[in-house]
Design a protein around this ligand. Sequence first.
Ligand code: DGL
Length: 263
Amino acid sequence: MNNQPIGVFDSGVGGTSILKELIRLLPNERFIYLADSANAPYGEKSPEEIVRLCKKNTDWLLYKNCKLIVVACNTATTNAISYLRANYNIPFIGIEPAIKPAALKSKTHVVGVLATKGTLSSRLFIQNSEKYTDNTKIVEVVGKGLVEHIESGDFNSNKLKKILKSFLEPLILQKIDYLVLGCSHYPYLLPLLKEVLPSSIAIIDSGEAVAKQTKEVLLKYNILTKTTYLPQVQIVTNSYKTSLFLLAKKLFNDVNVIFNDKF
Ligand code: DGL
């Protein structure tokens, strides 16, 4: 089992921000990244539909013999990870908005969370954020339309900057000192976010924590690879999106993106 690949999936390009961290921390593992781009965005879909898509992605990655699956999407994790853990026999690692570190570090006791509607309205997110509301005010904003911009390859247009400003100005007025990026697509907006936010507001995402957690679980189940090959990465998508092709080339040394409409 040790030398089987690790599966990673997202609704599109966003999870590549996690894949980058995984490759950095686990340089000898094989990865299969599934971008369900034909069904992006997940954020406006019903919980039932999100579970159905996660099931479909998982079945395909299991057919590819993956030993562990990283759900590199906050919307998918917060709506479907309990279902996946209850119904499949392999370990799943999920990604959720990093409210805990933000709430623990915040001096103003006001923290902003930018995420999809699907994440913010999920039971898991609501339960987790309630743990911190005694000491911290959590201000939520739905990043409506942001995933569509990123999927289409727009990371820094003036139009996008204006949209971000309109989302974040109310948070700045409420004196947040941490902004939690609750969607794996959003780290690609970092340069623009830094232009829009005052430097006193720190931005946090969960990419590195997910990679660390993945390594811990591989160790726990004794399924770390025994090989010392360079990482082998396969990126598969069911829709041609230039953003994925461009990012993959830039981030992963010219790795090929394979088109496959069978999942
Ligand atoms: N990357 C997904 C997330 O982390 C994007 C969701 C979407 O497709 O709307 O939530």
